[in-house]
Design a protein around this ligand. Structure first.
Ligand code: ADP
Length: 369
């Protein structure tokens, strides 16, 4: 059965690409999607469009050095999910590759299926470990950020409110005490929500999540029950076209759709906030779109809004943790998809994300949702 894992083979010699593909297919990677590319620019475009677990990269491609490409594949992380394959053994090149974050280095002249598969498996294990460490580091960083900034504001506010309350009690102005207690409660709720959001974000990779066939129509129905009161209170109109069955984790996909739909309602100044969820099959994947008639997003922030704690508005205008879209991105990444947005200021925003199509007809029957 096909899984969501992908390997990219980058080599300008067709017979070499064919040899690696065969070794992989015979060596236990038959269920993986193996994509071939014969030049660096195309490989990089493919890599940026869809996440790959590993790139097998020929060191000498026409026009680009292996090290340049390695740096591109590394992007903003400390490691590159890349095994370099060179024409001849050269210790200097090998050291350079490893220094620049490659997982391993193979020499074509010494090629054997066994050593090749050994290098591929080791590299995949190491990458998994490096990803885990990077995520744990990010969680720690987020936690300290929340402690230092976001939790401090409501705590400070509670301090000043308690001063005001004790002053009001002293002056026997009991009518104001009630109001300020209400404000204390609001700050406590804010802290509570922030901690929940951080917890939800950090726990996304805590355990191995099970993937099954998930009916997005049922996910939508569940979401309408969970968020029903909020939708009613805002007098919002939330609709959907027929949604497909996809491969994924039902709980995470519910969280994803919920964050996008509720943002669509929240970031709106319309009397009737309207959100519509639609789906289409594009290039062998499901593309699900969540369109709203809200305030819109300036195009300079299209990428940055997915970073943890990036908020475009103050809490006095729209409340939030700044973790909603970062959580969405983490979920979509874990499903091997992409998420992005299009928007017109003052007109509305559409968030799109892609998810895998279940492979076999038998899988089209949803097991969970
Ligand atoms: P928050 O908890 O602040 O809602 P998110 O991560 O969900 O955090 O969103 C990040 C920022 O992106 C928000 O502060 C908001 O400025 C902007 N944003 C998110 N969704 C929308 C939307 N549908 N319309 C307009 N702006 C949005």
């Amino acid at each position: 059965m096909r899984n969501n894992n992908r390997i990219l083979i980058v080599d300008d010699t067709e017979t070499d690409r064919e040899m690696y593909r065969r070794c992989l297919e015979k060596g236990g990677f038959a269920g993986w999607t193996i994509v071939e590319s014969e030049d660096g620019a195309d490989a990089l475009a493919q890599y940026r469009a869809v996440a790959f677990d590993l790139v097998l990269l020929d060191y000498s491609l026409p026009g680009r050095t292996g090290i340049d490409l390695l740096k591109d594949f590394r992007e903003d992380q400390d490691y590159a999910p890349v095994v370099i394959i060179t024409g001849q053994g050269n210790e200097g090149v090998a050291i350079d590759c490893m220094k620049n974050g490659a997982q391993d280095y193979l020499v074509k002249g010494e090629f054997s299926a066994e050593s090749f598969l050994h290098a591929v498996r080791n590299a995949l294990e190491r990458i998994e470990m490096q990803k885990k460490i990077a995520r744990q580091y990010e969680s720690l960083k987020n936690f300290s950020h929340v402690l230092a900034h976001d939790l401090k504001a409501p705590i400070k506010r509670m301090y000043s409110l308690s001063d005001i309350i004790s002053d009001s009690v002293e002056r026997k102005q009991y009518e104001t005490v009630d109001r300020f207690f209400g404000e204390v409660r609001k700050s406590a709720v804010l802290m509570d929500e922030l901690i929940d959001a951080l917890n939800a974000y950090n726990s996304l990779d805590a355990a191995d999540v099970a993937f099954d066939c998930v009916d997005m129509q049922t996910v939508f129905g569940n979401l309408m029950s969970i968020a029903g009161t909020e939708i009613e209170e805002k007098r919002a109109k939330v609709t959907c076209d027929g949604l497909p069955v996809v491969r994924g984790n039902a709980a995470q996909l519910t969280q994803l759709l919920q964050n996008l739909v509720l943002n669509g309602i929240k970031y709106s100044r319309s009397d009737v906030p309207t959100v519509h969820v639609a789906a289409a099959q594009v290039d062998g994947e499901w593309r699900i779109s969540v369109r709203d008639n809200g305030i819109g997003i300036d195009c300079q922030y299209f990428r940055r809004i997915f970073e943890p704690f990036k908020r475009l508005h103050g809490s006095d205008e729209f409340s939030g943790s700044g973790l909603g879209l970062a959580t969405c991105k983490r979920i979509v990444d874990a499903h091997g998809g992409r998420i992005w947005c299009e928007s017109d200021l003052g007109v509305g925003t559409t968030f799109h994300f892609t998810l895998p199509v279940p492979e076999r007809a038998a899988e089209e029957k949803p097991l969970v949702a």
